[in-house]
Design a protein around this ligand. Structure first.
Ligand SMILES: [Zn+2]
Length: 345
């Protein structure tokens, strides 16, 4: 019998990095927040390994080559997991209260509304006791599918934020490339470690979820559980925080579609998710931990490898985005602080 594997709603897990390599998302079946990923079809694990007869040009290879944004008005096009971004804005490597991580990936691009929100969250995080934020992947310069990791992050409306606080100094470019994030989980991988996951984390995630334009925040089920327990009486924000695989080193925020032409995500249905939903998720996590390691020689195909989106499967406008001339970045971004000791891009 074929095993059906479903990719996580934001299979952010950035599989190739050691950060998320602990449990390949591809190896487990998740209770799926269905509405989150119309772009993610179910995949037959047996078939997934087979090569297509004709080599196809994949959209991820084309979008992965774009070095800068398309010189077009800002516009998120398509679906979070099947789309692209016109007029993307680059989040500076370092600002007063943020630094971006993994600069070599060139994924610090987003819709101007998302970039503005990230700056606001970074600034307001200080009220929650944070020295500032380390920002992970946002989108590629023109959005689109990626060669590694992330099913979503395609339209410039998704961003990963580390749960490790920003250090009180500017990291070198090498450090931003190499530093590892800290897991929030304890040894069981089923609960947060209270020595690591603190009230400051609760306050930050609550703040992010409380912005009206934020539609979803994705976290590991154990983090969701901890938030449920810490929330007290003010629980109105909790429904937006959605459990998902991975996301124990970082959380993921998704803002709403700011223009016509991108697909809105249906509102979250049901309650705050602190009852059966999170319990079921944790059962699935537990079951996945008990799964035996794959036998030697069995190749695990990462989710990112299974996704073979071609240009024809993206909105037609994405071809225009791809072929448009490169935009010059606004002066404030181009001239923003370059971390000490870094080599210029
Ligand atoms: Zn993400």
């Amino acid at each position: 019998m074929a095993i059906t594997v479903q990719a996580a709603a934001d299979p952010t897990p950035t599989p190739p990095t050691p950060l998320e390599a602990k449990r390949p998302a591809a190896s487990v079946a998740a209770p799926q927040p269905k509405a989150a990923t119309p772009g993610n079809a179910k995949v037959d694990a047996k078939k997934a390994g087979k090569k297509d007869e004709k080599p196809k040009i994949l959209a991820r290879d084309l979008f992965g080559k774009a070095q800068s944004a398309a010189d077009l008005a800002p516009r998120s096009i398509g679906w979070y997991a099947k789309g692209c971004l016109a007029g993307g804005v680059h989040l500076a490597d370092a600002g007063p209260d943020w630094q971006t991580m993994r600069p070599s990936r060139n994924r610090a691009w987003g819709h101007p509304k998302l970039i503005a929100l990230l700056k606001r969250l970074a600034s307001e995080s200080k009220k929650d006791g944070w020295p500032g934020l380390l920002v992970g992947d946002i989108s590629q310069p023109r959005g689109g599918p990626m060669t590694t990791g992330h099913a979503s992050h395609q339209v410039g409306l998704d961003a990963d934020i580390w749960l490790t606080p920003m250090p009180n100094r500017i990291l070198t470019r090498k450090e931003r490339e190499d530093i590892q994030a800290t897991t929030m989980l304890d040894k069981t991988s089923l609960a947060v470690d209270p020595k690591v996951f603190t009230p400051a984390h609760v306050a930050l995630i609550k703040r992010a979820a409380s912005y009206p334009q934020v539609e979803r925040v994705f976290v590991h089920p154990a983090i969701k559980k901890a938030l449920c327990q810490a929330a007290g009486k003010d629980r109105a924000w909790l429904y937006k925080v959605r459990p998902i695989w991975g996301h124990y080193y970082h959380f993921h925020i998704r803002i709403n579609c700011p223009n016509g032409g991108c697909e809105a995500q249906p509102p979250v249905k049901g309650d705050d998710g602190c009852g059966k939903e999170v319990t079921d998720w944790l059962k699935s996590v537990e079951a996945s931990l008990k799964k035996p390691e794959p036998k030697p020689g069995v190749k695990i195909v990462p989710d990112s490898e299974r996704r073979r989106i071609t240009m024809d499967q993206l909105p037609a406008e994405c071809k225009v985005v791809l072929s448009s001339p490169a935009a010059r970045q606004p002066a404030d971004e181009a001239m923003a602080a370059t971390p000490t000791g870094s080599t210029k891009k």
